[in-house]
Ligand binder design. Structure first.
Ligand code: 2NE
Length: 270
């Protein structure tokens, strides 16, 4: 596959092939642990993916074969969060989790090796997860004095069930790709050497489908989980579609032309 660079960053790689974008966490010497800079760069890259209508699906992965991500970089953890060049302690990975949820395109995690801590939550919030047979999944928060009480807990419980989610968080064991698959934590396990090929095949299949249909399915499933914030996303999608209709445009035009709108001309479907 020919990957073309989209934008150059310091801690991630951002590339595309056709309509598929790939964001790679690139700190393999630390098993792709993330700093506030890694996260800020990912937020920037995902925002570009969101705005670029020629991109239809996004792959999130980690550099090398040893890790997807090992979570927050404990060596830059300060007082109240992770500290970057601006010296501010942040948990900006939570903003990234939300962005992955609301970007109206499928995001597919492609996991090799360790998927741990906050890194494993990034995998969790992606729409689909494909894993190599060397992947290992787990939460270490309580071991290192941390936790994710948002998507990392509530959404994990929805995905794998409450008993299993509490087991994951209370014992901090690591689970093989096969075990994670059996827990419904991930979608598919493939041999390491086939991982990118199979992931691209899934992307190509999705790209054959109606993007608006896919967009609404993602928003609807997230609305069920995300409460009013999820409904806002689904509602915004409906507004976007309504703005493309003659009825929506009549309201706008009547206001701008200082006349009464004529909504009678539009059908009232059952
Ligand atoms: C993942 C694991 C079990 C792998 O073990 P192993 O033995 O295969 O590798 P090793 O030697 O531990 O790691 C290789 C190098 O990467 C660094 C290590 O310190 C080591 O560096 P050197 O000794 O070679 O210099 N490294 C690995 N993970 C790192 C990390 N997260 N931060 C900084 N350096 C890291 C093993 O590496 C492990 O247990 N890693 C720590 C996993 C962890 O606890 N992550 C943080 C969870 S909390 C979190 O992510 C979070 C949250 O809970 C809420 C909000 C935001 C973030």
């Amino acid at each position: 596959t020919m990957w073309e660079n989209i934008k150059t960053y310091s801690e991630i790689i951002f590339e595309r092939t056709g309509k598929i974008a790939k964001i790679t966490m690139n700190r393999p010497e630390k098993l792709n642990a993330f700093t506030p800079t890694t996260i800020q760069e990912m937020i920037d890259a995902f925002t570009i993916c969101r705005d670029d209508s020629s991109i239809g699906v996004v792959i999130l992965t980690g550099a090398g074969e040893k890790a997807f991500s090992s979570g927050g970089d404990q060596s830059v953890r300060g007082n109240g969060g992770y500290v970057g060049p601006d010296k501010i302690a942040r948990l900006n990975v939570l903003d990234l989790q939300h962005l992955i949820r609301i970007i109206p395109k499928p995001v597919i995690a492609m996991v090799k090796g360790w998927s741990v801590g906050g890194g494993n939550i990034l995998q969790l919030v992606c729409d689909l997860t494909l894993a190599a047979d060397n992947a290992k999944f787990g939460q270490t928060g309580p071991k290192v004095g941390s936790f994710d009480a948002g998507y990392g807990s509530g959404y994990l419980a929805r995905v794998i069930g409450h008993k299993r989610a509490k087991e994951v968080w209370f014992l901090n064991h690591f689970y093989s790709a096969k075990e994670a698959y059996e827990m419904n934590w991930i979608n598919k396990v493939v041999p390491l050497e086939d991982l990118e090929k199979v992931t691209l095949e899934w992307c190509e299949e999705i790209l054959q489908k109606s993007p608006t249909a896919i967009r609404f399915i993602k928003a609807a499933m997230n609305a069920d989980t995300d409460g009013l914030a999820g409904l806002q996303q689904l509602g915004g999608d409906a507004t976007m579609l309504f703005y493309t209709t003659d009825e929506g445009k009549e309201g706008r035009d009547a206001f701008n032309e200082k006349r009464k709108p004529d909504f009678d001309q539009f059908p009232k479907f059952p």
